[in-house]
Design a protein. Structure first.
Length: 439
């Protein structure tokens, strides 16, 4: 069912119900007013006949004596009867109905005469009782005709309002149809934001949400393309080197063959590390969840990162925790906090020559923990600091794949951390700040 039909049915039903209740109220009041007017006509006719009787010199005598309707000036469709206190019929306007009207009760009275219901009114004037009456069937017929005449305009107005409601809803949905048409006209690979003007304020959040969705889809596609391009670019050289060393090993024997196999194994290890870094970077930049329910304190993060650092060189890391270190867990997935600190340690170990030490210290301040990693390498030029977190950027002395600090930057942006580089003559100082959960 379309939105237009659904809105029309819902609003039309509510509209028709309100109109029906209002019309029923109006017609009920109109019927009561009509019946009251007919009753007042009986009263007026009885008083008029009483006045005429007082002006006549003598009354007809005998049962069944009557005046004509014209003589008593009675409106058509009404019956009039003049009787004495003893019940003697002194005058009647006509012979229909054949049965006499009951005149014992004063005021209004409903009675059955000749098998038909009548509405009568009896007025006492001196020794006379004047009774006027009319048929209920005629009253109801008159009332029905008036109600029908009044209900026809109401029905026509209701139908007209429903038609206007249908047209109004259709006109109100025109901006939504424009959005639909704009989406249908777009090509499958078009991710530019929708520009639809003018647009009602109620539809602007929908348009903004749609544009944000297109933007997120564009970023996702761009990440996939970049991952594919990076993988193709970075893995081409190791694969070529591995293939070359294997071909040399096939054609040689002895130490040369062993050396070629060792270099092929080194190339495979480098390619494996590069693939792991690329996949981790893609996951961090994507929308995948890393929350596995594991919570680690800052000291635990530091110890696990040292344990996962470059194999065979972790003993070079000098760990110095603060005496006032908080035991509150880090407010981010443990796997990401450990990966960020591990990459900083690997980078520091790689740039510290001659088996020099790498210093790791941490302290808590204002519900945040600050990790400080310091190496004793040659440092980084001031102009190159801005390129440290770019993908595959390496200085002339780097032997890594250029993804470690890019992964750290992606984790920082995702988890609300901060990252700061300070290059000094005796090495690079990196500060990584993470939020702590409130205790």
């Amino acid at each position: 069912m379309s939105l237009r039909v659904r809105l029309s049915l819902t609003l039309g039903a509510a509209f028709a119900l309100i109109w029906a209740l209002a019309a029923a109220w109006m017609l009920s009041d109109l019927r009561n007013q009509m019946m009251f007017s007919l009753d007042q006509r009986l009263v007026a006719s009885a008083r008029m006949v009483a006045g005429l009787m007082e002006q006549l010199p003598a009354l007809p005598k005998g049962e069944g004596a009557h005046f004509s309707a014209e003589q008593l000036n009675i409106p058509g469709g009404m019956a009039c009867q003049v009787s004495s206190l003893r019940g003697e019929i002194l005058a009647r306007s006509h012979t229909d109905p054949q049965q006499t009207l009951e005149a014992e009760k004063m005021g209004f009275h409903d009675q059955i005469i000749d098998g038909a219901p009548w509405r009568s009114f009896t007025l006492a004037r001196g020794d006379l009782r004047i009774t006027t009456a009319d048929r209920q069937i005629e009253r109801e017929a008159l009332n029905m005709s008036i109600l029908l005449a009044a209900s026809v305009p109401v029905g026509v107005a209701l139908l007209g309002c429903l038609c206007l409601l249908w047209l109004g809803i259709g006109q109100g949905l025109v901006p939504l149809n424009r959005m639909r048409d704009a989406l249908m006209r777009r090509s499958a690979d078009s991710l530019e934001p929708l520009q639809i003007q003018p647009l009602p304020s109620e539809l602007k959040p929908l348009l903004d949400t749609q544009n944000q969705l297109l933007q997120r889809i564009g970023k996702t596609i761009e990440r996939e393309r970049r991952l594919t391009g990076d993988a193709a670019h970075e893995l081409r050289s190791p694969l070529t080197a591995i293939k070359t060393h294997l071909q040399v090993a096939r054609m040689t024997d002895g130490p040369a063959r062993d050396q070629s196999l060792a270099r092929a194994e080194e190339g495979a290890d480098r390619m494996h590390r590069t693939l792991e870094q690329l996949l981790l970077l893609a996951r961090v930049e994507g929308s995948l969840s890393f929350d596995d329910g594991v919570q680690c304190s800052a000291e635990q993060v530091a110890k696990l990162a040292i344990q996962d650092a470059a194999s065979g060189e972790r003993q070079r890391i000098a760990f110095d925790p603060s005496a006032t270190l908080s035991h509150a867990p880090v407010q981010m997935p443990a796997v990401l906090s450990i990966a960020a600190l591990r990459n900083l340690l690997d980078n520091a170990l790689r740039h510290t020559p001659n088996d020099g030490p790498v210093e790791l210290s941490l302290e808590t301040r204002d519900n945040r923990v600050r990790f400080v990693v310091r190496d004793h390498g040659p440092g980084i030029a001031a102009d190159d600091l801005q390129h440290l977190t770019q993908r595959f950027w390496r200085n002339g002395q780097s032997t890594g794949c250029g993804l470690g600090l890019a992964i750290v930057q992606a984790i920082v942006q995702r988890c609300g951390c901060t990252l700061h580089f300070d290059s000094r003559p005796d090495g690079l100082r990196v500060e990584l700040t993470m939020p702590l959960q409130p205790i």
